[in-house]
Design a protein around this ligand. Structure first.
Ligand SMILES: NC(=O)c1ccc[n+]([C@@H]2O[C@H](COP(=O)([O-])OP(=O)(O)OC[C@H]3O[C@@H](n4cnc5c(N)ncnc54)[C@H](O)[C@@H]3O)[C@@H](O)[C@H]2O)c1
Length: 502
């Protein structure tokens, strides 16, 4: 026993095995879990793979993560590039690698690419000995555990035995550490056999260090895998539902914020995730819903597949609709017009741009020849250029497309001499800008398109200053007479699937 520490309750130990649980966490969904675990359970030791995952940037990206890492680094939290050694020494191995949407081959654009999971499974089967609990923490299609188990079975060795658990991660970026400290629930799925139940108890006993037992749900493996996909699909569906209502609000004079409040007070509906916007982004929602759709199709459930596919289609429609409204308001042309795009991250307080609606809005406007001046407090220039290069289909080719983009170092520079401001991310700083100064420096009529409903309290003042304010889910300014409301005439093409970042 390393340091003479006691085994955890419920741990199933074999003769000669260390009397200490010792997790390893390949991938980075565990990037938050790992450090939190070792803070709450100081007798555990762990190795997290070093390399890209340990670089400072991901640590900074999650508020609170760096502090937790620094508190435990060198005590019971170690970063190592020697994955084989970490796997050999570990009692529990969390597979937390990425599961992006496939970009080629069968299921392209929808199915989850499990090659990183498979690589981990093969490596573990190859180097591990003794008894291991292998935990699937990445989000995977239902019955992925079965495939991994088959890899283990096919590579079985007399000195290796294992139990496989599904323990999906429900944290959200930016609030990852608070979500981990105080989760709504922890879900653990495993085999319905005595060995499977013992493995569940072992993992549960770790979480019980800081999570009340009543919040730890145990299920069979398939329920656990499906619950993660279903949870993300339900969240995405709420956003698409309220966004579909926002379209109705804009043509009827209703206000989507008022509608969301009114329906959200019904306890059966609840008020979370009812914020209308330019559409959801992020690495998970689209990928997981598409994954669910693909699964339903593969299992011959076309009606169910179509139902969930519609969640994605409304999201794409919302982005197209917003871009079309910008073009329509700007007298049906944005060609060579300077447009300040504020916010490029998929949500505030992160530099993550994966599947950000800003990419799609930018692309639509670039297709129409707009000159974009983009400002985001956290996203780096190289990232923006890379995202736009990957999604660019501007007719004259990528070079012309990217020549339409400039990255501004502050919001005032972005807005200087612009025809319009387009707010794509709900950064707090955009609520506090000096709009009088901005208005004076803009071309007239000066437009603001609020894709996130962050300027609601400023509408009167902005209009007094002279702005034409356009926002999601509410009609505010009177249209200038010769603009058309008929956005259906604008045939914006959905950009091609963006290559997932790996
Ligand atoms: N990002 C989130 O907020 C979030 C939330 C819940 C669940 N998830 C799920 O967690 C998983 C990971 O998501 P992410 O956003 O952290 O992905 P990510 O792409 O940011 O990180 C994955 C990491 O795994 C590493 N990796 C890939 N193959 C590896 C291997 N064989 N050995 C060691 N490391 C390897 C990659 O280098 C990368 O650093 C996905 O399945 C995702 O759906 C993510």
């Amino acid at each position: 026993s390393r340091g003479g520490r006691a085994a955890l309750p419920g741990a199933r130990l074999r003769a000669g095995q260390r009397r200490q649980l010792h997790p390893a966490v390949p991938g980075s969904a565990g990037g938050g879990l790992g450090p939190q675990l070792y803070k709450e359970a100081p007798e555990l030791r762990s190795a997290l793979p070093s390399g890209p995952a340990e670089k400072e940037e991901p640590l900074r990206r999650q508020p609170g993560l760096q502090e937790v890492v620094e508190a435990r680094r060198g005590f019971n939290l170690f970063f190592s590039s020697n994955i084989d050694e970490a796997v050999r020494e570990a009692d529990i191995i969390f597979i937390s690698v990425n599961t992006p949407t496939k970009t080629f081959g069968l299921g392209k654009g929808r199915a989850a690419d499990l090659k990183y999971i498979e690589a981990c499974a093969r490596r573990i089967a190859e180097v591990a000995t003794g008894y291991k609990i292998v935990v699937e923490k990445s989000t995977v299609p239902v019955r992925a555990a079965e495939s991994i188990q088959r890899i283990f079975n096919a590579n079985t060795k007399s000195d290796l035995s294992f139990q496989f658990l599904s323990n999906p991660e429900f944290l959200a970026e930016v609030t990852a550490i608070t979500d981990l400290k105080n989760p709504d629930r922890v879900l653990i799925g495993g085999e319905e056999t005595p060995d499977g139940q013992r493995a569940i108890e072992t993992l549960s006993s770790i979480y019980e260090r800081w999570v009340p037992k009543s919040r730890i749900i145990t299920t069979n493996t398939w329920s656990s895998e499906l619950s993660k996909l279903a949870a993300n699909a339900f969240l995405a569906q709420r956003i698409s539902s309220i966004n579909s209502i926002s379209a109705l609000c804009e043509v009827t004079g209703a206000d989507v914020e008022e509608v969301a409040h009114a329906i959200g007070t019904d306890q059966r509906i609840g008020n979370g995730f009812l914020k209308a916007s330019v559409g959801f982004g992020g690495s998970c929602f689209q990928k997981d819903v598409l994954n669910l759709v693909y699964l339903c199709e593969a299992l011959n459930l076309p009606e169910v597949a179509r139902y969930w596919q519609q969640v994605i289609e409304i999201n794409e429609y919302q982005r197209r609709r917003f871009a079309a409204r910008i073009i329509s308001c700007l007298f049906n042309t944005v060609t060579d017009k300077k447009i300040a795009l504020l916010g490029f991250a998929f949500k505030k307080d992160t530099g993550d741009t994966r599947e950000s609606s800003s990419i799609y809005i930018s692309k639509y406007l670039m297709d129409e020849g707009a000159q974009l001046y983009i400002y985001d407090p956290k996203v780096k220039k190289e990232q923006i250029m890379q995202d736009l290069a990957q999604s660019s289909t501007v007719t004259d080719g990528m070079e012309r497309g990217l020549s339409l983009v400039s990255i501004a170092s502050d919001p005032y520079e972005a807005c200087d001499n612009a025809h319009a401001i387009v707010i794509c991310t709900e950064w707090d700083v955009f609520k506090e800008l000096d709009y009088e100064k901005i208005y004076k420096a803009m071309l007239k009529p000066a437009f603001i398109f609020d894709g996130r409903r962050i300027l609601d309290s400023l509408h009167d003042r902005l209009q007094q200053l002279g702005f034409q304010v356009e926002t999601i889910g509410k009609k505010i300014s009177q249209r200038i007479p010769f603009t058309t409301n008929d956005i259906s005439k604008l045939d914006l093409q959905t950009p091609p699937l963006k290559k997932m970042k790996i």
